[in-house]
Design a protein around this ligand. Structure first.
Ligand code: SAM
Length: 301
């Protein structure tokens, strides 16, 4: 600790906070300390080097101490800083939304492989949360328009803020609802990362997740597949004839989802794995026999 009149340094603060976070059993103490000091000092964390003798003002040091205390109470870093990077863009995050996961980026990549760059497209995102999936797709595909649905009004407010911050408000709209209820028309792409954790498994998740993230964003019912059982049978009626659906899913759920998809008249056209090599996403299209039965327009909700 500095003596009276002496200022703390970046290096000393980083060392002390890293030690406390490590003792508390946190997984990435040095990175967390650096990101939080960057937030307290309003600067890029990568400019804060270990051992640096750069001075930290008493107000910045006090802000940092409060952030570290929050982290020791297992509040997620994204809740403390209010933001998370996803697919190279910053998203506002609050306790009302799921913290966007790097693992979901593979689902966006899969969607982009099926969305032509120079063509207009209508996208539906079910359970939009921060809007990270929809808004990333709109940012990457400038001719696309999208609708994000969420049952949580608070989550929709965050998604709306993110759309404004990313300059996408004119192409993104949001509506409160339960999955397809109130959704009209057909889409080129329907994407969803629904809650898929089995209810019983939630108590075993990290404290950051089980105590601080919304249960509504996590709990997929008894076996985690509840939302897929609601969504999959309705998908064909909301897809354009050549439209596709991309769904994120949990570890080990791919066989059950394949079965539900088949029972719903959908065919798997691609799958994707996350950063850990775990099956994480599936792309589906309407099976030809179902397409014929529905016709191009018949069955449009
Ligand atoms: C796993 S989070 C995904 C959020 C965001 N799409 C992402 O990938 O980070 C699931 C979202 O589904 C929403 N949700 C839960 N039940 C819903 C329902 N019945 N209808 C619509 N949205 C729902 C939650 O509020 C939450 O925002």
């Amino acid at each position: 600790m500095p003596t009276l009149g002496e200022q703390e340094t970046v290096g000393a603060l980083l060392d002390r906070a890293t030690r406390h976070l490590r003792q508390a059993g946190l997984e990435s103490p040095r990175l967390d300390a650096r990101v939080l000091l960057g937030n307290a000092m309003q600067c890029d964390p990568s400019s804060l080097l270990p051992g640096s003798s750069k001075p930290v003002s008493p107000a910045q040091a006090a802000r940092f101490d409060t952030l570290i205390e929050g982290r020791l109470n297992r509040r997620p870093v994204s809740h403390l800083t209010g933001r998370r990077e996803f697919f190279g863009r910053a998203f506002r995050v609050t306790p009302d939304v799921l913290d966007p996961r790097p693992d979901s980026e593979c689902v966006v990549e899969l969607a982009l492989r099926h969305l032509a760059a120079g063509a207009p497209a209508r996208i539906l995102d079910l359970g939009t949360g921060t809007g990270c999936l929809l808004l990333t797709l709109l940012a990457e595909r400038p001719l696309a328009q999208g609708l994000g649905i969420d049952v949580s009004k608070a989550a929709l407010a965050v998604a709306g803020d993110n759309a404004v911050a990313l300059n996408l408000r004119d192409r993104a709209s949001f509506a409160q609802g339960e999955w397809f209820s109130g959704v009209k028309g057909r889409f080129d792409l329907i994407i969803s990362n629904p809650p898929y954790i089995p209810s019983e498994d939630i108590h075993g998740l990290a404290p950051e997740v089980r105590n601080h993230e919304p249960r509504l964003a996590l709990d997929g019912g008894q076996d985690g597949l509840g939302p897929y059982r609601i969504m999959l049978p309705q998908l064909a009626a909301y897809l354009k004839p050549e439209g596709i659906t991309i769904l994120e899913h949990g570890q080990g759920q791919e066989a059950s989802i394949a079965l539900l998809a088949e029972q719903s008249g959908l065919e798997i056209i691609a799958t994707t794995t996350d950063l850990g090599g775990i099956n994480r996403g599936v792309a589906l299209k309407t099976a030809p026999c179902v397409k014929k039965a529905l016709g191009n327009d018949a069955g449009t909700p």
